[in-house]
Unconditional design. Structure first.
Lengths: 323, 294
């Protein structure tokens, strides 16, 4: 761990501490909501980071498990009158079971093919949830019981904050463990990793199941937070793409990258929405294009001091990747 | 389903299949040759629809006559997009290439929204309602023409790729980049040409669908998803396979849609995943990229 890494960890720690204290100082509902969403995306980015960042498998349909988690929570809370906590946990468990069942077969695919297969699963899941009227409410969806407690939104805020910290700690522990090294080995050279005696299928499946479990839980919490869930809303492809963008911006395969990426991209996108309402998507599109051309490995390597952030260094990046 | 319903559904399926093949053709070519999954493909199709719409409503140019103009415009837009943006990430990792096109799609969709606003548009000509009735089966003439033009373009593009010098250069670049360079192919302009041709075909598809269905600026995502289905089912970078893939997806859509409309997309996507697991190179594709699953 370099000195830059230590500074980044301290920055993240201070950021979390500041966020934990924020509601105590009477932060506005708008600020809390903005940070709640940023934290939700940070959790999903950390989850994607396991499979996409460390293991190098380009999962492109994590929204499938966001939607399934939300749907299971919704069905359990409305039809079975379950409490929030067990319903969310059941959503997470079902997501992990599903991902465990399809994981070994799916993870035989690599590169584009894996990405497209996960996209297909996301679309199939949406269509099945939308078509299963009796249970899921079909295309209209479900209305979860409204929580009228005045501290409800603060509670959700703290839940997402805890989940972010927990996911970051898990990422940190795994990244220094045999499992994390195994994932990196698979990412760099899967055949080589197998030759070293790594059970690639098991390792990949673990990364995938862990990611899907966390995304499923996030979906369940979002369902309760948002109360109304329709297939169009909870299977919105943005729940797949935004976490990946956040991770690419922050730095893939790092602990702090997804967190910093979320804390930069989400507030920026909200700020743009308020100041340039009509053309916000266009500006966001331009920012995405420029980020990918000039920061192909994300901000992490500059923030941690591994590379100097100079104009010449930024301009050199695209030259390495051109035809 | 009686025999007339069957015949009508079959005809609908074949017409849809021709259009879907054209929707997917450019997408499949860019994926097969450049290893870029173009998430902006649908947005280019929608741009084609709007250009046809403006040519018809403002200048009074018939949509069929406007088709070449739309295609030329889209070729220029696509060529410039490759040259100025995608060119810089062509050797970047997979996710970077995914998201550069994602960003382009977002930008393009928003620009279309700014220029043409969010109203639902359609291109309705005096002859739009005309149709041909054969033994109880109803065939709208515009759709029949769209089918004929789609298949014509697919065939012409296939001949271009297999019979011309430029086409061979494009195919060889997709097969082996270094070998293509060694034989004197200038790769950067070939990539730009490939992308330009792909958006040109997207423009043609957009032009043809604008005459049969209404459209909004955000209609692109759906076309991109269909392009995915058709390309993966057929196989990449292989023109006849795209045609076959388009027909199969369309027939699944109309026949499943006849019995269980809610499940027609679910069946297509489950089929996509199963097919990927069993035969990643597609039903008819030879392992075009020398087996490298990239």
């Amino acid at each position: 761990m370099t000195r830059g890494d230590k500074i980044l960890y301290i920055v993240c720690g201070l950021l979390f501490a500041a966020m934990a204290l924020l509601p105590l100082f009477g932060a506005s509902g708008f600020l809390l909501r903005t940070i709640t969403l940023a934290l939700m995306y940070a959790v999903m980015a950390l989850a994607w980071n396991f499979i996409g960042g460390y293991t190098g498998y380009s999962a492109f349909g994590n929204v499938a498990f966001f939607g399934i988690g939300a749907t299971v929570t919704g069905v359990m809370m409305t039809k079975m009158r379950w409490d929030f906590a067990p319903a969310v946990l059941l959503g997470g468990v079902i997501c992990s079971l599903l991902s465990f069942l399809i994981g070994p077969a799916l993870l035989r695919l690599r590169g584009h093919y894996f990405a497209v297969a996960t996209l297909g699963i996301a679309n199939a899941a949406r269509e099945i949830v939308a078509g299963w009227d009796d249970v899921t409410g079909g295309g209209i969806g479900l209305n979860l019981p409204l929580n009228t407690d005045k501290d409800f939104y603060t509670l959700i805020y703290y839940i997402f904050l805890m989940l972010t910290i927990l996911s970051a700690v898990i990422t940190y522990l795994i990244s220094r463990n045999k499992l994390g090294f195994g994932w990196l080995a698979i990412r760099e050279n899967e055949e080589g990793a197998k030759a070293l005696g790594i059970d690639a299928t098991l390792y990949k499946t673990l990364a995938w199941v862990l990611a899907c479990f966390i995304v499923g839980i996030t979906g369940g919490i979002y369902a309760y937070y948002n109360t109304a869930i329709s297939p169009e809303a909870i299977f919105n492809p943005l729940y797949s793409t935004t976490p990946i963008l956040i991770t690419l911006l922050g730095g893939t395969g790092t602990v702090v990258g997804p967190i910093l990426g979320a804390m930069i991209l989400l507030p920026l996108s909200t700020w743009l929405l308020f100041n340039f309402p009509g053309i916000q998507p266009a500006l966001l599109g331009i920012i995405i294009i420029l980020t990918i051309i000039f920061l192909p490995r994300g901000l992490y390597e500059y923030l941690s001091g591994r590379r100097k952030l100079t104009l010449a260094a930024l301009l050199k990046n695209p030259r390495d990747n051109q035809a | 389903m009686n025999s007339i319903q069957f015949a009508q559904t079959l005809v609908n399926g074949i017409i849809l299949g021709g259009v879907l093949s054209l929707v997917a053709l450019g997408f499949s070519i860019v994926w097969g040759i450049m290893h870029v999954v173009n998430l902006a493909h649908g947005a280019f199709i929608v741009l084609g629809s709007y250009i046809t719409y403006t040519l018809y409503t403002s200048l009074g140019i018939d949509p069929f006559l406007g088709l070449p103009l739309t295609m030329i415009t889209l070729f220029v837009v696509g060529y410039a997009t490759e040259r100025w943006i995608i060119h810089w990430v062509i050797r970047a990792p997979l996710m970077a290439k995914f998201f550069i096109t994602f960003g382009i799609g977002m930008l393009l969709e928003n620009l279309i929204l700014q220029v043409w606003k969010a109203d639902v548009r359609s291109v309705t000509t005096p002859y739009s309602g005309a149709s041909l009735a054969i033994g109880g089966v109803n065939i709208p003439l515009v759709k029949l023409a769209a089918l004929a033009l789609s298949i014509l373009m697919v065939i012409v593009f296939h001949l271009f790729l297999t019979r011309t010098r430029q086409g061979n250069a494009i195919r060889s670049t997709g097969m082996d980049l270094d070998a293509a360079r060694l034989t004197g192919v200038k790769v950067a302009p070939i990539y730009a040409l490939t992308f330009g041709l792909s958006t040109m075909l997207a423009g043609a598809a957009g032009s043809l669908v604008s005459m049969t269905t209404s459209f909004t600026p955000d209609a692109g995502a759906r076309y991109t998803v269909y392009a995915f289905l058709v390309s993966v089912l057929g196989g990449l970078g292989n023109v006849p396979a795209v045609l076959a893939g388009g027909m199969i997806i369309a027939l699944i859509q109309v026949f499943v849609g006849f019995y269980a409309p809610a499940l027609k997309d679910a069946v297509s996507f489950v089929l996509l995943v199963v097919l990927l697991l069993l035969r990643p190179q597609g039903l008819f594709g030879k392992p075009f990229t020398s087996g490298k699953a990239e």
